[in-house]
Ligand binder design. Structure first.
Ligand code: ATP
Ligand code: MG
Length: 440
């Protein structure tokens, strides 16, 4: 992409409404613009990152055996009246009437709808286990939308739902998602600690939240630092026995949010030097709630004995749009964002220091074409602007590598290569520079 052809409106000054780094940088780096409280437009570079995150989530869902669907954002109130949640959900749910006077709502979540979809086409245990998910916009009329996309009113969520013939199978499904979430967050460059949670309005008996550490997080967290050293965070578990053992280890260790924290247990179970008291951002939340919705909505399957039983369900959420903010909270410095390579909006930036110099421009164009051919997805800053502004913008948008070409180095066939994360700069022959970037 050529910057001159790209809608990437950066801002030099800090917007007054932004209280935390991720919100500041998402506005300044031209990723989002606010349209109403908690409602945002994603501009091209923001959308590119959002899509990359969603694609990693998709890839890991496929690996875990889940099927992608796409349910609508608008739902009719009837199923929610049947489950009893239409009244229970409260003012966070946006309700309205269509032209025929039917009550509709903008989905805050989809347990009822997916249960209805399931029951219409699945009648036998032979089709199970099943896990269906979608990545779709949700609306929750939050009292206090804040911190940009971290607590929006309209936000993108991956929500998945598992269906099993009995409790034992459903618990295994839950554990599989639990472990696959660790891998998903790892691919996004994050260590998300699973914490025992309240089940809240979803209801049910088993629930964990996944939190990443951030000073500006909304929840206080208390956990045993030994957890993040568990091999489940870094290695792939190959079979169900290993997976269940990892689940047992991780859930036996102390990890709670302020809502569920029990100080006496924390003191008794966790050695002083391993106690972490910090703040966290919830990026995922999973529930096993048994037959709560299947009983209310009549979703049964025949079991191996030919008997009709209500299907056992779980639901599994990842805050896809919140993750953009969460990843920036975990990866930035005073100059801007520092993208982890896997989700960086472009693989490498190329700065043309002097666009009215024919030599610089042709060297940059050539390098840009080579970088494209090598699959490095380059962003070429070909704007006619002072170098200081170009450097500052490039730091702000945080691409992993930046190649700078100016008239002085070019005389000797040299470019400068900078690593955004380490800040390390080196002079490299232009002929070798892309190989260096590819090598990492
Ligand atoms: P929170 O406690 O932060 O309000 P929640 O428990 O209500 O979240 P869930 O119903 O568990 O949220 O939704 C699944 C995921 O969706 C959350 O883990 C979070 O990452 C994301 N999410 C929830 N609410 C919002 C929001 N208002 N803005 C952005 N992401 C959100
Ligand atoms: Mg939650």
């Amino acid at each position: 992409m050529r910057w001159s052809r790209y809608f990437l409106p950066t801002m030099k000054d800090t917007p007054a409404e932004a209280q935390i780094a991720s919100h500041r940088y998402m506005l300044r780096a031209g990723m989002v613009r606010q349209n109403a409280a908690g409602i945002y437009t994603w501009l091209p570079m923001g959308l590119k990152v959002l899509t990359k995150i969603a694609d990693i989530v998709r890839d890991e869902q496929a690996r875990a055996g889940a099927n992608e669907v796409l349910m609508p954002t608008i739902q009719s109130a009837e199923l929610w009246q049947e489950s009893g949640r239409f009244d229970a959900y409260g003012p966070e749910m946006l309700r309205f009437e269509d032209r025929h006077g039917r009550t509709m709502l903008y989905g805050p979540t989809n347990e009822e709808m997916i249960t209805d979809i399931f029951k219409r086409d699945v009648q036998s245990y032979k089709n199970l286990p099943m896990n269906l998910y979608h990545i779709q916009w949700k609306f929750r009329d939050e009292v206090r939308p804040r911190f940009g996309v971290m607590r929006g009113r309209e936000f993108l969520m991956k929500d998945g739902y598992s269906f099993d013939v009995d409790k034992e199978a459903a618990e295994l499904a839950y554990k599989k998602v639990f472990i696959s979430y660790l891998r998903t967050f790892r691919r996004l460059g994050l260590t998300a600690i699973p914490m025992q949670a309240d089940t809240g309005p979803i209801g049910g008996d088993l629930s964990h939240e996944f939190l990443i550490q951030a000073e500006t997080g909304e929840s206080e967290v208390f956990f045993d630092s030994a957890i993040s050293g568990d091999k489940a965070f870094t290695e792939d578990l190959t079979n169900d026995t290993e997976l269940e053992a990892a689940f047992d280890r991780l859930t036996a260790a102390y990890a709670r949010t302020d809502e569920t924290h029990e100080a006496a247990l924390f003191d008794a179970e966790v050695p002083e030097e391993r106690k972490v008291v910090s703040r966290g951002v919830e990026v995922g939340h999973i529930f096993y709630f048994g037959t709560k919705y299947s009983e209310a909505l009549g979703a049964t399957v025949s079991n191996a004995d030919g008997k009709d039983v209500p299907v056992h369900m779980g639901s599994y959420g990842i805050g896809v749009s919140r993750l953009v903010g969460g990843i920036i909270e975990a990866n930035h410095d005073d100059d801007g964002i520092i993208w982890p390579t896997e989700i960086a909006p472009f693989g490498v930036g190329i700065i043309n220091l002097k666009v009215d110099d024919e030599g610089c421009t042709s060297a940059c164009d050539q390098l840009y074409a080579q970088a494209q051919a090598a699959g490095l997805d380059p962003l070429l800053d070909d704007r006619d602007m002072r170098p200081g502004g170009k450097f500052a913008d490039m730091e702000l948008i945080g691409l992993p590598w930046v190649i700078t070409i100016g008239p002085r180095g070019l005389k000797d066939g040299m470019a400068e290569l900078k690593n955004r994360r380490t800040g390390e700069k080196q002079d490299v022959a232009i002929a070798d520079v892309l190989a260096k970037v590819s090598a990492g």
